[in-house]
Design a protein around this ligand. Structure first.
Ligand SMILES: [Fe+2]
Ligand SMILES: [Fe+2]
Length: 171
């Protein structure tokens, strides 16, 4: 880590690296959660949802990349083995039990809500103390909030369509 870059971080850097490595593990798990969901999903709006899952997967992988870069800037090392991902993550991988789009949307929604809490905490922890980690976490938080909204919107639309179908109305 650069000398001045280190000086301007007014936090316990080791502690911050541990937290960022937990977030790093969570991003890889979120990536796989979406990547797999896109492959196995069936049901209403399958193609649109598959596209959305793939889009989110790409964004989770980009988050993993940003977090890894920041860990390295801080003088740390990103987790060296995938074996550690589920162990270190607070937002755990949710093994899909049902493959219909509604169940998979709910699995991913749970993961997104956990991610929102994670980045809200990192923002609060670094606000005014580590501007670079704050800036990164704020950007990821914004994208996780968008992800949550997009999943909720799909679920609401599916619920409306299902009601409509039941009543034999036009949709
Ligand atoms: Fe993410
Ligand atoms: Fe997300």
């Amino acid at each position: 880590m650069g000398e001045m870059a280190k000086k301007i971080v007014k936090l316990d850097v080791e502690n911050l690296i541990t937290t960022l490595n937990e977030a790093f593990a969570e991003e890889w798990l979120a990536y796989y959660q979406y990547w797999l969901a896109a492959k196995i999903a069936y049901g209403l709006e399958r193609l649109k949802i598959e596209e959305e899952f793939n889009e989110h997967a790409k964004e989770e992988l980009r988050h993993a990349d940003w977090v890894a870069e920041r860990i390295i800037q801080l003088g740390g090392t990103p987790l060296l083995s995938p074996n550690l991902w589920n162990e270190k993550a607070r937002c755990k991988y949710i093994t899909p039990e049902k493959f219909d789009v509604v169940s998979l949307l709910h699995d991913n929604l749970e993961a997104e809500r956990c991610a929102i809490t994670r980045y809200e905490e990192i923002c609060a922890q670094t606000d005014g103390l580590d501007y670079e980690t704050f800036r990164m976490s704020e950007r990821i938080l914004q994208e996780e909030i968008e992800h949550e909204q997009e999943l909720e919107d799909f679920l609401a639309d599916i619920e409306d369509s299902a009601k409509c179908l039941k009543q034999y109305c036009r949709i």
